[in-house]
Ligand binder design. Structure first.
Ligand code: BGC
Length: 425
């Protein structure tokens, strides 16, 4: 039998969620967008997904699939969900506060919602689960988007006011770890480059403006949090993709170099001095080929070998996390894996994916990379943005009609690791 791999004492093990994806009954820019786009998304499923996916997930043709609605009803069931997390050996949990609940009108805060999140934090503490709190996970109050969202400099000021309210409302004991913004890169890429998320444009100029403002927002939040909570840890979460060339020519190598920089390092380079830790979120790799007459991404085509894919047809490549982690080490900051996961409704690949990722994470650690925790995405099946409900990411399956929860077998394998700090490769 292969040798056991030991993780250090105090290593954090858990799972992550985001408000809009699990809470239910949110009113924000996404909930509005969903209603306007559900019919279109259901129609487009025919062209977007492979025949095997269409066959296995016919709910993708139903417009209701694209409406977050009650989601996993986690807003009301959080205690029950945290009981499950505790029973699965988790000692940490990442989740997000919903700005639109807390500040439904500009400058008017809803104390009831602050109280709600206080109960959420208390529930975690009572179960000895350390909270990692994201302040903005892609959704904004409708009034923010009406003023131009992150394209408008005013939003940075508004975000500062929201962050100030939160830091004044909670103690460091309640929120020991803060993550102001989730994956700015994905937000910009999906919303302003691929045009799939709101505001659905392909506009580099607007992309850059939003990116700059998000960075400013992160930096301001970093200072505000530390002014009030000197001992808190403040970091960011960053989507990293392993980018590889399909063919080994100079053009492909140059393209990989550029894409790798834009997707993986541009953001980290710009915030490296304003973070106490780096959160890496890793899901898949992209093998790219430059094609003369333009391909799927303009000049590029994605030619993943697809030997091992998840329900979304993403190319799963655990070794990629090792490469990303080794390179992230150059920032000399502690690293948490703040998300990593896969859509796998039938749970046939989840444990294998987790296991192999953990193997590579351990390998990076054994070579000196300072990694302190792993959060699987996600604790619960949830609302996967423009794809809706059919991709199932949960360690725990959710029946969205009855709210029933079922622990998937992979969650029990992961529990063994969480409880023993040991992986049997
Ligand atoms: C996001 C999550 C999302 C997950 C799976 C991450 O990029 O932070 O909100 O559900 O990926 O696509």
């Amino acid at each position: 039998m292969a040798e056991e791999l030991k993780f250090p004492k105090g290593f954090l093990w858990g799972a992550a969620t985001a408000a809009h994806q699990v809470e239910g009954d949110n009113y924000n820019n996404w909930s509005v967008w969903e209603k306007e786009n559900a019919e279109r998304l259901a129609r487009q499923a025919k062209t977007l997904w492979q025949p095997w996916q269409q066959k296995q997930f016919p709910e993708m043709f139903d417009p209701q699939n694209y409406i977050s609605g009650r989601a996993a009803n986690h807003y009301h069931l959080f205690e029950k969900d945290f009981d499950i997390a505790q029973s699965l050996g988790h000692n940490a949990h990442r989740f997000s506060l919903e700005w639109s609940r807390i500040e439904p009108e500009r400058g008017k805060f809803d104390e009831k919602e602050i109280k709600h999140y206080r109960s959420v934090l208390k529930a975690l503490r009572e179960r000895n689960i350390r909270p990692f709190v994201t302040l903005w996970h892609w959704t904004s109050p409708v009034w923010v988007v009406e003023q131009g969202g992150w394209e408008n400099e005013k939003t940075v000021k508004d975000f500062e006011r929201y962050v100030t309210k939160i830091v004044q409302s909670f103690s460091t004991e309640e929120i020991p770890v803060w993550m102001p913004v989730n994956e700015p890169g994905t937000f910009i890429g999906m919303g302003y480059v691929q045009g799939m998320f709101p505001p659905n444009v392909k506009n580099v100029f607007r992309a850059n403006k939003s990116f700059k403002h998000l960075m400013d927002a992160h930096r301001r939040a970093y200072s505000i949090i530390h002014e009030h909570h000197a001992k808190a840890e403040v970091g960011l979460s960053h989507y990293a993709t392993c980018v590889q060339p399909y063919r080994n020519g100079p053009v492909n190598r140059l393209a990989v170099w550029g894409l790798d920089y834009i997707r993986n390092w541009r953001f980290l380079d710009s915030v490296k001095d304003d973070v106490d830790f780096i959160g890496i979120q890793y899901y898949h790799r992209d093998v790219i080929d430059v094609v003369p007459r333009g391909g799927k991404w303009g000049f590029f085509d994605v030619k993943n070998p697809n030997d091992w894919v998840n329900d979304l047809n993403w190319d799963m490549y655990p070794e990629g996390i090792y490469q990303i982690l080794k390179r992230t080490a150059r920032y000399k900051k502690p690293i948490y894996i703040t998300e990593s996961g896969l859509a796998d409704r039938d749970d046939r690949k989840r444990w294998e994916f987790i296991r192999r990722n953990l193997y590579w994470i351990h390998r990076a650690m054994s070579e000196g990379v300072d990694i302190r925790g792993y959060f699987h995405w996600s604790l619960l099946d949830n609302f996967e943005w423009d794809k809706g409900f059919w991709p199932r990411f949960g360690l725990v399956a959710v029946d969205f009609k009855t709210d029933e929860r079922h622990i998937r077998p992979s969650a029990r394998h992961y529990k063994q690791v969480c409880e023993t700090n040991t992986l049997i490769p």
